[in-house]
Design a protein around this ligand. Structure first.
Ligand SMILES: Nc1ncnc2c1ncn2[C@@H]1O[C@H](COP(=O)(O)OP(=O)(O)OP(=O)(O)O)[C@@H](O)[C@H]1O
Length: 297
């Protein structure tokens, strides 16, 4: 069962925010939708989930277009963090509402997670801190048992402990291979160790679709030391220099194959060592536009 976003377009205030966006989400994936502030991540989620009407294009599950089969909406869950209409409600009232909307709502899971994080059914959302609200949103989303969850900046501004709790819940949820989670974020680094795939949103389009496992297996981060301070031209051509300190340089090679290794050996470094590669390193090697570096901060 896959979710297909097909040529989705949306104008807001006569500005094209989404321009014929297409991608497919397979079960068991955690996918990051990454882009700078204001690029249209929330608009994309709202349009996929039906809060905004698409100007053109459609969203389908297993070939069935959701707009023509409203019952398919229960396969998707997006709790808009800016929607304030539940703020005066108690957890119990929200549970009742979601049970009605989602036929497979899992009360046992919902209550077990509430207990685990010391939340009680009489609490009102408006009394929650930002972090508790974030955690509650995740608990509610996973309890819907919708196969496709959309989370908008779920980790933004949260402390380390709450982040860890949220990530633990999300990773458990995809472990069965049946659910998929799509996370919007303006910060790639906070998605380290979480996402399997990253879609980069820019100028209304998905400009890159990265499979991180493939990227990781092809890329290498290498520390090199040369006799003099001159960096060989071939190193600059083949890799992206991420750090220079005296005669020590650190380079990320996006596609580190035998040819690259041979060309590197020919530069005769006095020292060469492979370093652990982070998500930020991978993207440093790929983000060609200086303006995109904000995504790593
Ligand atoms: N309901 C609306 N009314 C007017 N403008 C809107 C509305 N929704 C989105 N926009 C505009 O569309 C553009 C994309 O906004 P959106 O919130 O989708 O971006 P984003 O990538 O989620 O940003 P952020 O990372 O800051 O949350 C922005 O210019 C925003 O001002």
């Amino acid at each position: 069962m896959s979710l297909v976003i097909n040529q989705l377009s949306k104008q807001i205030d006569h500005r094209t925010t989404l321009n014929q966006i297409s991608f497919t989400i397979e079960p068991g994936q955690i996918v990051g939708v990454v882009g700078r502030n204001g690029v249209g991540k929330t608009t994309l989620f709202r349009t996929i989930n039906g809060q905004y009407l698409a100007d053109s294009g459609d969203v389908s599950i297993d070939g069935q277009v959701i707009a023509t089969k409203p019952q398919l909406r229960t396969q998707l869950c997006f709790i808009d963090p800016l929607a304030n209409f539940f703020k005066g409600a108690t957890i119990k009232q929200i549970q009742w509402y979601y049970q009605t909307a989602y036929p497979n709502f899992n009360n046992a899971k919902f209550e077990q997670l509430l207990n685990r994080y010391h939340l009680t059914s009489k609490q009102k959302l408006r009394h929650f801190s930002k972090g508790t609200f974030g955690l509650f949103t995740i608990i509610l989303s996973v309890a819907t048992e919708a196969p496709y969850l959309f989370l908008d900046e779920p980790l933004d501004g949260l402390d380390v402990l709450i982040r860890k709790n949220i990530l633990g819940i999300l990773i458990d949820e995809v472990a069965t291979g049946e659910r998929s989670i799509v996370i919007a974020s303006h910060n790639l680094v906070e998605l380290e160790g979480v996402i399997d795939r990253a879609l980069m949103l820019k100028n209304g389009q998905i400009v890159n679709d990265y499979q991180l496992e493939t990227m990781r297996s092809n890329a290498r981060k290498v520390q090199l030391v040369y006799r003099d301070k001159q960096i060989p031209a071939v190193v600059k051509q083949l890799g992206r220099i991420v750090h220079v300190s005296g005669r020590v340089i650190v380079v990320v090679f996006e596609d580190f194959n035998a040819t690259v290794q041979a060309k590197l050996a020919a530069t005769k470094p006095v020292f060469q060592e492979e370093l652990p590669l982070s998500l930020a390193d991978l993207f440093m090697a790929n983000l060609t536009d200086e303006a995109d570096f904000e995504l790593l901060s």
